[in-house]
Design a protein around this ligand. Sequence first.
Ligand code: F6R
Length: 263
Amino acid sequence: MEVILRPDAEAAAKLAAKLVARQLRRKPDSVLGLATGRTMERLYAELVRMHREEGLDFSLCRTFNLDEYIGLPVTDPHSYRHYMNEQLFRRVNIDLRNTHLPDGMATDLGAECERYEELIRSTGGIDLQLLGIGESGHIGFNEPLSSLRSRTRDKSLMPETLAVNSALFGGDVEQVPHRAITMGVGTILDARFILLLATGPRKAVILAKALEGPVTSMVTASALQLHPACRVILDEAAASGLQEKSYYRWIFENEPEWAPYRG
Ligand code: F6R
């Protein structure tokens, strides 16, 4: 795992976007794993800018989102399909038929989860998986005690997660669906590269546990320590609880790979 610190949320999102763009330029038909949430909005805005101003091409790429609420039609403005369409898909030259989210309206949820896993597999697996982290330590919606080998399945969300996510439902926690289909931790760990972006002081406590604490299903993001190619990009506020910040800064200043991104 490599942890990279940037001064603020804008700089962190821009660096993450540059790494996504590099992946797309190296392999235009990349399979991207995507996340939703407020952290990703800056990153997607930057990708849209790169598409418009620098010709970043999405025409061949395929995408799989981590999760979708159960029981929200895709037309619902709170659905993750709606979020993705608005934040990214409609604003770049991606073929919507190449964009996939779990179907939270499926009548047979088990079959839908198997279909999603199979589709990821038959598309060749995920090249680059983007992640945020919840204050419960979740990646995707893998709440505490999710098996670190779990696959795509339906999960109940923690009350804490419902409370945090209610901000996007007008503050009314009753409106937040209590369940979602999510890729499992095992599904996420299958990605060839992983990029976690986290910003803001509210993530500081859980990031210290996830990155520098023991690997435990109580903090599913800690499983990323087992992945051979995982990068974590943080702003200083999110990193404030970490012990090895000076080492992480040293990596960014000294590793040759980061030279093009230092300016
Ligand atoms: C979203 C997802 C979640 C979010 C996490 C952080 O698809 O899978 O794990 O990444 O809840 O959300 P924000 O960025 O809103 O703090």
